[in-house]
Design a protein around this ligand. Structure first.
Ligand SMILES: Nc1ncnc2c1ncn2[C@@H]1O[C@H](COP(=O)(O)OP(=O)(O)O)[C@@H](O)[C@H]1O
Ligand SMILES: [Mg+2]
Length: 271
């Protein structure tokens, strides 16, 4: 008889449940194994949200998992490491893209373990708002190579450099993303108007219905409203699950919009 640990048995049972309910994720759990000591993780070892991945690790929602939290709380460190562990380029792009203009990412991604679901992703992409430019440059470069084929076709047929920042972001999500994909996004709202954040929300919904899974770091109350999503707050204590109304970006925006003048008067009042 094969001996299985308690954790393995739990995972097998969970897989059976998920297949029965039709909610099987592409990536089920992100975990930092015991063997990955702090000395191997670079600056990421000092990030509490990273330390929270030890032990049982972090279970991803089969559809959409959001990471929220203050600037510096570790969202980018986490999403980048998840992207790297999934075989994606830390700079952004798909698992086929290998450009490198920056070497500052933490080695965390080389040590994170992804527990995959029973389905394999058909495609994938890591998109950070600030790296749309790098992705666009890399695509133009590949398109110039002999026998490159129709490199820009899957992105809407034009160089992304000819579009605005927000437009190129939506072109990638609208044209290049497809069903059964694993997508990691870092603050996608940074490039997008409120209206286009809603366009992205619709696109996420369409892709989820086609079997895709998302991990998204965000400050956007609009994106966070995705129905049923798992919202995880990163803070000095690690990671904790939050209800939509309790996500700091939502609570603060709500109290601001309830009475903007009063809010700003108070904010700007002399002590
Ligand atoms: N390349 C880096 N080198 C050293 N420290 C870093 C680096 N990138 C981020 N940090 C530090 O790690 C912490 C988490 O940063 P980050 O993941 O970028 O936060 P967030 O995306 O939530 O704003 C911060 O304290 C930040 O200063
Ligand atoms: Mg960040």
């Amino acid at each position: 008889m094969v001996h299985r640990s308690a954790r393995e048995r739990r995972e097998i049972l969970r897989g059976i449940r998920e297949r029965a309910s039709g909610s099987e994720p592409l990536v089920r759990t992100v975990r930092l194994p015991d063997g990955a000591g702090d000395d191997l993780l670079g600056y990421a070892a000092a990030v509490p949200a990273v330390q929270a991945l030890r032990g049982d690790g972090l279970d991803l929602h089969p559809e959409v998992t959001f990471l929220v939290g203050e600037n510096g709380s570790g969202k980018s460190t986490l999403v980048e490491a998840i992207a790297v562990a999934a075989g994606l380029n830390p700079e952004g792009g798909s698992s086929q893209m290998r450009m490198s203009t920056r070497v500052s990412h933490a080695p965390l991604g080389d040590h994170l373990q992804l527990v995959r679901g029973g389905r394999r992703p058909r495609t994938d992409f890591f998109l950070r708002a600030e790296s749309v430019f790098t992705v666009a440059t890399e695509l133009d470069r590949i398109a110039e190579e002999p026998y490159a084929g129709d490199v820009l076709g899957p992105y809407g047929g034009v160089s992304l450099h000819e579009l605005s920042h927000g437009e190129s972001f939506l072109a990638i999500a609208g044209n290049r993303f497809g069903g059964d994909g694993f997508y990691v996004l870092d603050e996608p709202e940074a490039a997008l108007s409120a209206q286009n954040q809603l366009t992205l929300l619709r696109r996420i919904h369409q892709l989820v219905r086609e079997g895709s899974q998302f991990v998204i770091a965000t400050h956007s109350p609009l994106l966070l409203a995705y129905p049923g999503a798992r919202i995880l707050g990163c803070d000095e204590d690690g990671l904790r699950e939050l209800a939509y109304d309790d996500a700091p970006a939502v609570a603060l925006t709500r109290s601001f919009l309830a009475a903007p003048e009063r809010f700003v008067d108070r904010l700007l009042a002399d002590d």
